[in-house]
Design a protein around this ligand. Structure first.
Ligand code: ZN
Ligand code: FE
Length: 253
């Protein structure tokens, strides 16, 4: 199985899982670019996976269903009218045509029932963990998001992280204000800038990269704690409060 990015809107990725003949798509916010890709590659769509209900992730599903009658997997407790297979933590999603299956993780915070799909060494995590950043807290609390990110961080370091947007360079810019002395972060910036200059995606990253550079996964690091304290003008060490502080800082930066 190969995973190919199909671009949608300005900076969304519709992750397309494919072999020679069949494909499944994750978070098709738009149908047009997906239908173009499937047509060009002569692929038959066999499944749609949605991570959360935002339009830029599910807006293309209805049009895809006009052309392909396929199961639509997505979070049980979110308003997605096109859903046919509601899923939550512990469920499995099998795509026999691609010989792959995923386990479902509940990762609320960005939205109230956001899910991720984990399998074949890959994690499709929508707008929860971004490359060097994390999603905004639209429907959840800092506590929920911190728990969701901790659940993701417990997966193997070589897990490939497929997030929903190309936000990496902007995220790295913010990460550097939090942790200016982080060498891994500076190395990542050089590498990812080169990729963007060449018109290539910076996604997927690996979970190991994220743990070394993503401030939202580093809320127990002394340098991150210190920066959060400076931002708030207080003295706190509890990782959830550190997380909330840098999330707030990013919103206002
Ligand atoms: Zn979203
Ligand atoms: Fe999004």
């Amino acid at each position: 199985m190969e995973v190919v990015p199909v671009r949608a809107f300005k900076d969304n990725y519709v992750w397309t899982l494919r072999n020679e003949t069949h494909a499944a798509v994750v978070d098709p916010g738009e149908a047009g670019p997906v239908l173009d890709y499937l047509g060009r590659e002569h692929l038959k769509l066999v499944a749609v996976l949605a991570t959360h209900h935002h339009r830029d992730h599910v807006g293309g599903i209805a049009d895809l269903l006009e052309k392909f009658r396929v199961p639509v997997f997505g979070p049980k407790n979110e308003p997605i009218p096109t859903l046919t297979q509601p899923v939550s933590e512990g469920d499995r999603v099998s795509i026999p045509e691609l010989g792959v299956s995923f386990s479902v993780l509940d990762i609320p915070g960005h939205t109230r029932a956001h899910v991720a799909y984990y399998g074949a060494g890959a994690l499709f995590c929508g707008d929860t963990l971004f490359a060097c950043g994390c999603g905004r807290l639209f429907e959840g609390t800092a506590d929920q998001m911190f728990k969701s990110l901790s659940k993701i961080a417990a997966l193997p370091d070589n897990t490939k992280v497929y997030c929903g947007h190309e936000y990496t360079l902007a995220n790295i810019g913010f990460a550097k204000t939090v942790e200016p002395q982080n060498n891994a972060l500076n190395a990542r910036e050089a590498r990812d800038r080169k990729l963007r200059d060449a018109g290539k995606p910076t996604v997927p990253s690996t979970l190991g990269d994220e743990k070394a550079t993503n401030p939202f996964l580093r809320c127990r690091e002394p340098a991150v704690i210190e920066s959060a304290n400076k931002y708030l003008g207080t003295r706190l060490a509890d990782p959830v409060r550190v997380f909330a502080a840098i999330r707030d800082w990013k919103n206002n930066s």
